[in-house]
Design a protein around this ligand. Structure first.
Ligand code: GDP
Ligand code: IMO
Ligand code: MG
Length: 422
């Protein structure tokens, strides 16, 4: 099988960008299939740090980057990202689906306004217009990338959409005008800039599979932010799990080969919503400081906690994860003890799966297994280079999940990674 899917198994920021960059060397296409510029994927090559929000991470390795139909694209952010990459000497080979939805200025304003109205019940979104854009897609009042290439199409869409948005602006007391002519002018100009990248990416990938090309799918966010299976309503608005590849890139399930689940060696979360293993003590502080846990997109501090295998087990089941990649193991160095959550109790009863109701997630009591900590290690190139305690930690995760460990990441740089050959 010629495709590999990389997905996040927690609440995002597991190090997907780094691992996708690592595997991109063996791929010809790297494809984003969901999400938008709410994502922030970091790639570190020698002294160069790239932070990508919508362009697939594989472009840094010079691979063909594809933004699939399941993504939502803010064309202003995309054109800025393209310029940034070109200025830094990355030769871009980019393809954007004509069916991907466009994040319009009113989506961003409405994202902010809805959060304001939610008050203390806010989701803590990235305010990038993601939720309102996906809502419009599902309500069949969206604008798609292909519409930016035709004045007639764009005007037709806007004439149906703008009246209701103007009413919403009044309800939310948004003091901004929505002028059809101005929007048409600005977005047609952007369409012109993007035109050479726009294509039927599903058809292109179909051809790539026929030609036996290797394709890598780059997940954004993490399973607990999946709109169906995450901690709803404190989730994003897309299908983050591996199944999202099929609808989000327009490829059949039989094209999916290996599915790599990225597991950060502990847990983080940005934004609101319950986090069962959250630590607000010195250990939480250690993880945040040593792991530089501040959002790549919004710079907000990430909440930190122990690794939660109830979460990762849920993610592996939903996506059919075939291999694990564990990242940020180095961040645990220097702790006296390390804990892993291996189960939940809810009102005294042991749970088999991850609860659906957010109220229950907020009430679960994690059951922990404790491990001895370990000291700093120098850049390891195999499991046997790790301290025994770190090896035990990894082998417990592998056994608990019953999925083989393929990659261990021990630093942000591309070469701070080793692969375990089976
Ligand atoms: P993504 O959204 O899943 O791509 O992850 P982010 O890029 O938002 O956040 C992961 C952060 O951890 C980035 O700053 C990476 O450079 C960094 N990182 C990735 N892997 C490792 C690792 O193994 N060790 C350390 N210390 N940092 C890592
Ligand atoms: P990557 O791809 C971490 C979170 C937001 C918020 C919730 C909804 O870098 O892992 P949204 O703007 O999507 O409506 O916000 O989802 N969130 C992320 N958290 N990493 C991400 O992406 C995220 N993308 C969205 O913080 O809690
Ligand atoms: Mg991120």
């Amino acid at each position: 099988m010629s495709s590999t899917v990389v997905i996040g198994t927690q609440w995002g920021d597991e190090g997907k960008g780094k691992i996708v960059d690592y595997f991109a060397k063996d791929a010809e296409f790297v494809v984003r299939f969901q999400g938008g510029n709410n994502a922030g994927h970091t790639i570190v090559v020698d002294e160069e740090v790239y932070k990508l929000h919508i362009v697939p991470s594989g472009v840094i390795q010079g691979k063909k980057g594809v933004i699939g139909n399941g993504c939502v694209v803010d064309p202003l952010v995309l054109t800025d990202e393209i310029s940034m990459l070109e200025d830094r000497g990355v030769s871009l080979n980019l393809f954007i689906s004509d069916r991907a939805h466009v994040i319009m200025p009113y989506h961003k304003l409405l994202d902010g306004a809805e959060e304001r109205v939610r008050g203390s019940g806010k989701i803590g979104t990235t305010k990038r217009g993601i939720g309102p854009c996906y809502s419009d897609k599902i309500a069949r009042r969206g604008i798609r990338i292909g519409d930016l290439l035709s004045e007639k199409q764009l005007r037709n869409r806007l004439q149906r959409i703008l009246p209701s948005k103007k009413e919403l602006f009044t309800v939310f007391q948004i003091d901004e005008s929505l002028n059809e002519d101005e929007i048409v002018k600005e977005y047609l100009a952007i369409g012109k800039k993007l035109k050479s990248y726009v294509t039927d990416t599903s058809l292109m990938l179909h051809q790539a599979f026929n030609d036996q090309k290797r394709v890598l799918f780059e997940g954004a966010q993490g399973t607990m932010l999946d709109v169906d299976f995450g901690t709803y309503p404190f989730t994003t608005s897309s299908h983050v799990i591996a199944g999202g590849v099929c609808s989000g890139a327009g490829v059949g399930p039989n094209k999916i080969g290996a599915i790599i689940g990225i597991v950060k060696a502990y847990t983080t979360r940005v934004g609101e919503g319950p986090l069962p293993t959250e630590l607000s003590d010195d250990v939480g502080h250690h993880l945040q400081e040593k792991g530089h846990e501040f959002g790549t997109t919004t710079s907000r501090p990430r909440r930190c906690g122990w690794l939660d295998l109830m979460v990762v087990k849920h993610a592996c089941m939903l996506s059919g994860v075939t291999h694990l990649a564990i990242t940020k193991l180095d961040v645990l160095n220097g702790l006296d003890k390390v804990k892993i959550c291996i189960g939940y109790k809810l009102r005294g009863k042991k749970l088999d799966g991850f609860p659906a109701a957010i109220e229950d997630v907020g009430e679960v009591e994690p059951v922990y297994k404790e491990f001895k900590g370990w000291n700093d290690f120098k850049r390891p190139s195999s499991l046997s280079d790790l301290p025994m305690q770190a090896q035990s930690y990894l082998s417990f995760i592998e056994t608990f999940l019953g999925i083989s460990l393929k990659v261990v990441s021990t630093g942000p740089k591309r070469d701070e990674t080793f692969v375990i050959e089976s």
